[in-house]
Design a protein around this ligand. Structure first.
Ligand SMILES: NC(=O)c1ccc[n+]([C@@H]2O[C@H](COP(=O)([O-])OP(=O)(O)OC[C@H]3O[C@@H](n4cnc5c(N)ncnc54)[C@H](OP(=O)(O)O)[C@@H]3O)[C@@H](O)[C@H]2O)c1
Length: 271
């Protein structure tokens, strides 16, 4: 089994380590890097996985998963550049960073796979989209898909679609949290205690998500099934339409995609 190093074990990095351990990887085949010794000690105690320096990780690991914030990438690339060759595999989880950035900064031929995961990775329900860089083969993609399948679902997309994916599933959980928050407020408006409103809405969200995931029905049909003639739901739907909620979602997700494109441009070479 290959050795996997997670560079930057923050929220996403820790979720990946935890998922890989649950998926049967031995702590001896996993490494991580962290800047603060206290955080490294905490992770070692929790998972039995060892923290090392970036250079050590580069020497010992077959797969290097980069999970630092995009703005922290430069020093990591500086450290990795002299140490990696064609036999390494770099997997970037960093929002907006193109594979071309890694390819420019690392030695010629180093394979890079770009991934857009999302935070439900923390509970083993991530949606991850993977894209091959110029030197990544079908075999590299298979390795990455297998790795991420321990923490949720995985699809492969062309890298040109990664900004759209970022806007849709990368930021997607935030839209659902926002909706749930607004619906709990509606419960408060109707005079329900906050805890009860929260329980009613969160379980409704879990149930609706399960129906969407487990039935083959289109969302429109599932909604129509609870929208009876002259009933309560159609009154709510009329208000949602009146307030342009569908148009707001289209505009919001388009704005997220535009921002992702803009962030990616910050890493294009200056001419
Ligand atoms: N969270 C999301 O919803 C989400 C979704 C999709 C993709 N992503 C991507 O996942 C990546 C990580 O996000 P996150 O939310 O997990 O961020 P995070 O919690 O801030 O984790 C990043 C970790 O990397 C560490 N780090 C930074 N530079 C380092 C270095 N040179 N060597 C070793 N460790 C270093 C940071 O340590 P310090 O505490 O010292 O800074 C931090 O623990 C980001 O690139 C983000 O774009 C996140």
């Amino acid at each position: 089994m290959s050795v996997i190093a997670v560079l930057g074990a923050g929220k996403i990095g820790e979720a990946l380590l935890s998922g890989l351990l649950h998926g049967g990887h031995s702590p001896d085949d996993l490494l991580f890097t962290e800047r603060y010794p206290a955080r490294a000690a905490e992770l070692t105690e929790r998972y039995g996985v060892h923290g090392v320096g970036v250079a050590d990780a580069a020497r010992r690991a077959d797969v290097l998963v980069v999970a630092v914030k995009p703005q922290d990438i430069e020093p990591v690339l500086d450290e990795l550049a002299p140490l990696l060759g064609e036999e390494s595999l770099v997997v970037s989880l960093c929002a907006g960073l193109p594979t071309a950035l890694y390819e420019r900064r690392l030695a010629d031929g180093v394979p890079v796979v770009r991934v857009m995961p999302n935070t439900p990775m923390l509970v083993g329900e991530a949606m991850s989209a993977v894209s091959a860089g110029a030197h990544a083969t079908a075999e590299h993609i298979a390795v990455v898909k297998d790795l991420l399948s321990h923490v949720g679902q995985v699809v492969e997309v062309p890298e040109s679609q990664q900004d759209a994916v970022t806007a849709l599933s990368g930021s997607g959980p935030a839209y659902f949290f926002y909706l749930v928050e607004a619906m709990i407020d509606a419960g408060i408006l109707l005079g329900l205690p906050r805890a009860l409103a929260g329980q009613l809405i969160i379980q409704s969200a879990v149930g609706a998500a399960k129906m969407l995931a487990e039935s083959d029905e289109h969302p429109v049909l599932l909604r129509e099934a609870v929208t009876s003639p002259a009933g309560t739901t159609i009154n709510a739907i009329r208000e949602l339409e009146k307030h342009g909620v569908r148009a707001a979602l289209l505009a919001a997700i388009e704005a997220a995609k535009d921002r992702s494109t803009e962030l990616g441009r910050a890493h294009e070479p200056r001419v």
